[in-house]
Design a protein around this ligand. Structure first.
Ligand SMILES: Cc1cc2nc3c(=O)[nH]c(=O)nc-3n(C[C@H](O)[C@H](O)[C@H](O)COP(=O)(O)O)c2cc1C
Length: 346
């Protein structure tokens, strides 16, 4: 694998295989509209030669956003701002995608927390199980958000099915304890995500779609690697163009999750990579699907980039915090100036 090479995804040429994964920055206005600061942040990374930029989780329903100053994609009035953002990213050569999200029980605000069942992932935020009507309504909200991304000129969207936000809570046996057609077997837990993908396809045709999912959850009743492979196959079959494999293998992004994570209980195949990296999980899933797979997690230098290439773990590589620390991380790798990379500090 050579991440400096171009790749074709859903008929779009991406100039290299480096991806900026979605990362909430809280730079939007209070009402969710895009600000100059948001545009500047992403334009800088596009100038820095990232091939594919996935803009941070944008709220498909405003009362279910992640946090303060979240980008919104829940209303048509936000399209002009989103268009300035997509144009700004594309002007410097990167492909522009945006992640669309319903935060489920992890919404930041004291509104109504919702989920598949009443199992919290954040202390005190006990979700109310969604009714079937509400599931259909949210499915349509994912479609409407995708249409707005399309109208704004984004090259595609990423559906957020990871990190215990709403779709992820349905996919995981830890949070999904339903007995109806949306819970129980892996296929039933994946039904909500599958219906979202199919509904988007029905209304918006072959608009490019990435799906982000947890390939492993190191949590009681969570997704094991075998189930991660099964979910990946179901999601691919539903009609997505790229799979983005994340994971929940420690508590870094889930401090409120009750199960205790520890290095010893991680599957052995993860141990050849830095603690908390999801890349080897992408490597396990990749042989079972035919769409390109994005791997991500803990890549901070050229040495690890080379190792992932050698190990043939994924088709595209996400660099998250590395790109927050240094917008020119990718350019420095591509031009052989890796010693100049400004390191991420925890
Ligand atoms: C500040 C911050 C915000 C994040 N926001 C999101 C998000 O909006 N959506 C998402 O799927 N992941 C989010 N993530 C996870 C990243 O996309 C990525 O998976 C994670 O940072 C691991 O990659 P890295 O080690 O290269 O940073 C966020 C991570 C950070 C550090």
């Amino acid at each position: 694998m050579d991440f400096s090479e171009p790749i074709d995804i859903a008929g779009l040429e991406v100039k290299n295989r480096f991806v900026m994964p979605p990362m909430v920055r809280s730079l939007a206005s209070e009402d969710g509209s895009v600000t100059d600061a948001v545009i500047q942040h992403y334009e800088d990374r596009s100038r820095g030669q990232v091939g594919l930029i996935i803009v941070e989780a944008a709220a498909i329903a405003w009362e279910h956003r992640i946090g303060m100053k979240n980008i919104g994609i829940h209303d048509d009035r936000l399209i002009p701002g989103l268009k300035r953002l997509a144009d700004g990213i594309k002007a410097h050569g990167a492909r522009a995608f945006i992640q669309i999200n319903h935060s489920g029980s992890k919404t930041h605000f004291n509104t109504r927390y919702v989920g598949p069942s009443n199992i919290p992932v954040v202390k005190h935020k006990i979700p109310e199980p969604l009714s079937l009507e509400e599931i259909y309504d949210i499915t349509q909200k994912f479609v409407d958000a995708t249409r707005r991304a399309m109208e704004a000129g984004f090259d595609g969207v990423e559906i957020h099915g990871a990190h215990y936000y709403l779709l992820s809570e349905f996919l995981s046996g830890y949070t999904n304890r339903r007995n109806d057609e949306y819970g129980g077997t892996t296929k039933k837990k994946a039904k909500f995500s599958v219906e979202v993908i199919r509904a988007i396809r029905r209304e918006l045709g072959d608009y490019p779609l990435i799906f982000r999912m947890n390939g492993v959850e190191n949590v009681e009743n969570g997704i094991t690697i075998d189930e991660g492979i099964e979910i990946a196959k179901i999601i691919e079959h539903a009609g997505i163009d790229v799979l983005h494999i994340s994971c929940v293998v420690d508590s870094t992004f889930n401090p409120g999750l009750p199960p205790v994570f520890d290095k010893e209980s991680q599957p052995d195949f993860l141990k050849d990579y830095p603690y908390d990296s999801c890349i080897p999980i992408a490597g396990k899933i990749r042989p079972h699907v035919s769409v390109p797979v994005i791997g991500v997690g803990e890549v901070r230098d050229a040495i690890l980039v080379k190792k992932v290439e050698r190990d043939n773990m994924c088709d595209m590589l996400g660099i998250g915090r590395g790109l927050l620390a240094d917008p020119y991380f990718i350019q420095k790798i591509l031009e052989g100036h890796e010693e100049d990379i400004i390191p991420w500090k925890e």
